[in-house]
Design a protein around this ligand. Structure first.
Ligand code: PGA
Length: 634
């Protein structure tokens, strides 16, 4: 900011506090809860908390558990949860009652009778009464002192999906298809996600005396900006929080990234025109004006609140050429650097060659989905490539696929008279039969599912010209002992990563997970990498190691963010798609969940083609497809 003074006119109608990390935001909210509970405890009075489920509040609950262990008593605390899936009993592994027990209640001294979660099993003709009773119980308790909220990508709070009005109360609702898709992983398939839920209404939430809405990760960025900046409307139910006198949004930097003050700061105030900001603004201007970079005029700049950029940096002519060249220099067909070439304007160094390239894939599809073309090139261009699959990905293997493998093993074992093999397969088959649709997989089942994914990864790699001997399967323990939304990394995860790094001594690392929901598998994998890199500080190889971020399945960097853009020919895109196709157990997954009917291969090609088209539209060369990377400097 100019002269260091924050002078933006923010468009945010709700106070939005941006934190460097979710943990820091959680500390702030935990402090507010601790202060109130302590004050009420001292006065012998209850504190009434409205609680939420999902990944978002998990770290807050971990912090509250720590505070309880440090002496904060919850014996006088009364809680009301926002919602519950309709049709699930409290002991169903995906019910919100069970979630609350696992994530908070079982670890603090709260009285069980003081914890309330809507009854997911109320008979249809009793739901209305059950919901009124829930509201009455809240009133009797004195009303909600503090309400904690997450937000869905639909803009829902609780399960108040688009269409929910500000007066709505606790009731039975139908879940939005996007919400069901976002829950598909928890339920091992979208078809298993309940269609209905009971939720407090928007009006019920607005009655709380104080509200904290939490949001992490770039997937929430759009909906956060709309909730706090756009006029309140039923299409984004969280926007009704604008009418609450005491509501604060606590978000991390990734979730804040679409706020106008961060995304288009020149529209709301003076800007420090750094090189990065200039590039962002000029690319935005070209895209907004539907013009190639070199055809932007002085008028385009002045008419779009960028007159001061012209004054500071010269004419449109100079700016256009500069940003055109910068963008041009991101393009390379040599993601490991081009040997024997002038590399002054190339994204990667020409030496050393060959490079020891380490690709980290948080789950076995991330690598090929996001950088299949680059994998192919690195292998072809004779770099010493290692692809490390950090987690086994076994949770994402449908039961139908593992059953097919079990049957294959039994049949083969019987033909070969291999008693041990048949015995093992029959045992796993029984475990599969016994667990039911939502039961947890036994360790044998998980092992077998993990092996299936290894096979898919090998066959995908082969197609891309990578010898399966170059693959590593780390099976990081955090994933093996956890469930989606509930993972926790330990020293063993970091130790495995440190060992890998010190063995490979990479010149370049490709990784994903930066800016993702901090409890997601990619984000935790990235956290493990960062801690491991700190543990390697001082190592020789680290001084020369560059880190390239790929964005993640289903999403791509914006043009101004890319430091390296690797074009794919039609044939290379074809290879990549065939590589993705080898991940047969993932055929019904829709990475990123951004398109209703998308499958991973057409989503990947659509994204890579769209990036190429965006480069073309800026007046750069026209390619079939492009994969994008951003340099990470810690
Ligand atoms: P999440 O869900 O915390 O798992 O992202 C939030 C919500 O849907 O409210």
């Amino acid at each position: 900011m100019k002269n260091g003074a924050p002078s933006y006119t923010q468009r945010e109608v709700i106070t939005t506090q941006i934190y460097p990390s979710a943990d820091q935001a959680c500390t702030y909210v935990a402090d507010a809860i601790t202060d109130l509970v302590s004050e009420r405890n001292a006065a012998g009075q209850p504190t009434v908390l409205g609680l939420a489920t999902g990944s978002t509040p998990v770290r807050l609950y971990r912090e509250l558990i720590r505070r309880c262990q440090a002496g904060l008593s919850f014996q006088r605390v009364i809680t009301f949860n926002l919602d519950e899936y309709y049709g699930l009993s409290g002991d169903h592994p995906e019910s919100y009652r069970r979630f609350m027990q696992d994530q908070l209640f079982d670890h603090i001294d709260i009285l069980p009778e003081n914890t309330h979660v809507p009854d997911g099993l109320a008979a249809k003709d009793e739901v209305f009464e059950s919901c009124s009773d829930y509201e009455a119980a809240m009133r009797e308790a004195g009303g909600l002192d503090i309400q904690i909220l997450g937000i869905g990508r639909t803009g829902h709070i609780g399960f108040n999906e688009p269409g929910s009005g500000p007066e709505s109360r606790t009731r039975l609702v139908t879940l939005d298809s996007l919400t069901r898709r976002d829950a598909a992983r928890d339920f091992l398939g979208e078809e298993n996600v309940p269609r209905h839920a009971i939720t407090m209404g928007v009006g019920t939430i607005l009655d709380a005396r104080q509200i904290f809405l939490l949001a992490w990760g770039e997937a929430k960025a759009r909906v956060i900006a709309e909730s706090v900046e756009a006029p309140p409307s039923e299409s984004i139910p969280a926007s009704f929080l604008q009418g609450h006198p005491n509501c604060v949004f606590c978000v991390d930097e990734a979730a804040a990234s679409h706020l106008t003050r961060l995304r288009y700061p020149w529209l709301v105030g003076p800007v420090d025109w750094t090189e990065t900001m200039t590039r962002k603004a000029v690319v935005w201007l070209a895209q907004k004006s539907n013009k190639p970079l070199l055809r932007l005029t002085d008028e385009d700049y002045t008419e779009n609140a960028m007159a001061d950029l012209l004054t500071e940096k010269g004419s449109a002519y100079d700016l256009n050429i500069r940003i055109f060249n910068t963008t041009q220099h991101t393009i390379t067909g040599w993601p490991g650097g081009k040997p024997d070439a002038d590399d002054s304007y190339r994204p990667e160094r020409r030496i050393p060659f060959p490079k020891r390239s380490l690709v980290l894939s948080s789950e076995p599809t991330d690598d090929v989905f996001c950088m299949g073309g680059v994998l192919h090139r690195l292998a072809n261009q004779k770099h010493q490539l290692t692809v490390a699959y950090l987690t086994s990905g076994n949770l994402a293997v449908p039961d139908t696929d593992v059953r097919r493998s079990i049957e294959l093993i039994i049949e083969l074992g019987e033909r070969l008279d291999d008693v041990a093999e048949v015995h093992f397969a029959r045992k796993v088959e029984q475990q599969l039969d016994a667990k039911g649709q939502f039961g947890e997989d036994s360790s044998d089942l998980r092992r077998l599912k993990g092996l299936i994914r290894r096979g898919e990864a090998r066959s995908s790699a082969r197609l891309l010209g990578i010898d399966p001997a170059q693959l590593r399967f780390l099976d990081l323990p955090f994933y093996e002992t956890g469930r989606y939304r509930r993972f926790q990394i330990t020293k063993a995860d970091v130790a495995a990563m440190v060992t890998l790094l010190n063995e490979i001594r990479p010149h370049q690392i490709f990784a994903t997970g930066h800016g993702h929901d901090p409890l997601s598998v990619p984000a935790l994998s990235f956290e493990v990498l960062q801690i491991a890199l700190r543990a390697c500080a001082g190592a020789d190889w680290l001084k020369d190691c560059w880190i390239w971020l790929y964005r993640g399945p289903g999403v791509e960097w914006e043009i101004h963010e890319m430091d390296m853009a690797v074009p794919l020919s039609p044939d290379e895109l074809d290879f990549k798609i065939k590589g993705i196709y080898q991940h047969q157990t993932q055929r019904s997954q829709s990475p990123g969940g951004s398109k209703q009917d998308a499958n991973s291969w057409n989503l990947a090609s659509a994204l890579n083609r769209a990036t190429a088209q965006a480069y073309d539209a800026l007046g750069l060369a026209e390619y079939e497809a492009i994969e994008g990377f951003k340099r990470f400097r810690s």
